[in-house]
Design a protein around this ligand. Structure first.
Ligand code: ADP
Length: 436
């Protein structure tokens, strides 16, 4: 590991700047040599004086220039860094970047930095522009220790943004051949990561809450059956039925959670097997026949006689239609009728697609809920959903399955006049011929 040697403090010249010290040594040696030559009669004193004056000027002028530049910096001028090359590097950085001198004054900043923090100006102190105490402390520490520091930069306009601020000391070449310790400040946008982290935390909190509710009911009933209802066969039967329903709800929740994570894991892999939608929809409708009978709902199925092929995952498609038709039977039961139909259409961009529509005639959904229905655990009426055995994950699963199939979900509803959920699938080119 390379370690920088500490400056020597024992030398006689040590309080002198390096350049001046070197010049003084050179002049001392030259003076001695010239004196010897004069003493030996090899050089006239006048000539020796002229030679010494020229040498002194040659040695001292660069130091004066350097010294003048440093003084200018101390008085608030610009650090004499190699401006065009450094400015080009800072300007070319993809993230917001600012180069500061040792006092924290802005030497260069790129367009992204100027846009992020418009108060940052060239030749002005960054501390005044970024007034956060955390940033000021980090900057002060980086300058004092010449070690990198991190801080968080929060921006609230026009939207909340979290940026990680890195302050890295960098030696920058100066116009006089040396280097200048500057501070490179870069901003990295952490907003997407934070959002994902928040969503993950919300999801875990919601999932645990949903699981804890039936679990609490189960342990409560177990206590009752072991205690007060021990010898009451009627109460036992009733409680066991409730426990069975709660256990089923937990199992369904776990199933939905697993399905959701499976679909998410394979979200980037589009299914490539061709499957016929018609028998899949029929199988789901047949399976839900008992529920339809129980809710006294007539299910009308309008499907073509032809094959309707799409590139799809059979299991996922069964899950998708099961959720849509079951929701219509549960939440739209009061309408007494559910229509499931398949049609061909074209998108706004003119792309052909296959649409499977599930329409009910129940109470419908108020417009303010429509954009949030596919969020995990979002329910219009939590009590209603729970009493129907719902988990709040069904439509989220539907959306993810459709995303994987490169399809989309359309939701339309007129309150008091039912709801229509339409699953749209892109039509595979090889299946155009089967269209009726
Ligand atoms: P859940 O497990 O609660 O049914 P979903 O994600 O399937 O979860 O549905 C979310 C919510 O959307 C439901 O709780 C319900 O409030 C509403 N919803 C879904 N389908 C319908 C429908 N056909 N009619 C009225 N409301 C519906």
């Amino acid at each position: 590991m390379a370690v920088e040697a500490p400056p020597s403090s024992s030398s006689f010249f040590s309080p002198w700047p390096d350049r001046l010290r070197h010049s003084a040594i050179v002049l001392l040696v030259a003076g001695l040599a010239l004196s010897v030559l004069v003493a030996l009669g090899e050089l006239s004193p006048l000539r020796a004086g002229v030679v010494f004056a020229l040498m002194a000027a040659a040695a001292l002028v660069p130091w004066r220039l350097h010294h003048a530049a440093i003084s200018r910096e101390d008085r608030g001028g610009t650090v004499p860094v190699e401006a065009p090359a450094v400015a080009a590097v800072v300007a070319g950085m993809p993230d917001p970047a600012v180069l500061l001198d040792r006092a924290g004054r802005v030497i260069h900043l790129n367009a992204a930095a100027a846009q992020l923090a418009p108060a940052l100006r060239k030749n002005e102190l960054a501390q005044f522009a970024l007034r956060s105490p955390e940033i000021i402390t980090a900057l002060r520490e980086a300058i004092a220790t010449t070690e990198p520091r991190r801080a968080t930069y929060l921006d609230h306009v026009p939207v909340d943004r979290w940026m990680e601020l890195m302050i890295t000391p960098v030696p920058v070449p100066t116009a006089f051949g040396g280097t200048e310790k500057c501070m490179l400040m870069t901003f990295h946008d952490q907003t997407p990561l934070r959002r994902v982290e928040e969503m993950r935390a919300d999801f875990v909190a919601n999932a645990s809450h949903e699981l804890r509710t039936p679990l609490a009911a189960l342990s409560g009933f177990i206590d009752t059956l072991q205690g007060p209802a021990k010898d009451d066969p009627k109460a036992r039967d009733r409680f066991l039925a409730i426990m069975h329903a709660q256990a089923t709800r937990m199992a369904r929740l776990i199933d939905d959670l697993l399905s959701l994570s499976r679909v998410e894991l394979s979200a980037h892999v589009r299914p490539d097997t061709l499957v016929d939608l018609v028998p899949i929809i029929r199988q789901v409708a047949d399976g839900l026949e008992p529920l339809a009978r129980e809710r006294q709902v007539v299910v009308e199925i309008n499907l073509p006689e032809t094959l309707v092929m799409i590139a799809g995952d059979r299991e996922e498609l069964l899950r998708l239609f099961e959720n849509l038709i079951e929701n219509a039977l549960k939440y739209g039961a009061s309408g007494g009728k559910v229509i499931v139909s398949l049609s061909w259409a074209t998108t706004g961009e003119g792309t052909p697609e296959i649409r499977v529509m599930v329409r009910d005639f129940g109470p419908g959904i108020a417009p303010e809920h429509l954009p949030r229905l596919t969020e995990r655990f979002y329910r219009v009426d939590v009590g209603d959903s729970r009493s129907q055995g719902g988990t709040g994950l069904g439509l989220s699963l539907v959306k993810h399955i459709l995303n994987r199939h490169r399809g989309r979900l359309l939701i339309e509803s007129v309150p008091k006049n039912g709801a229509t959920f339409t699953a749209c699938f892109p039509q595979p080119k090889s299946a155009h011929s089967t269209q009726s």
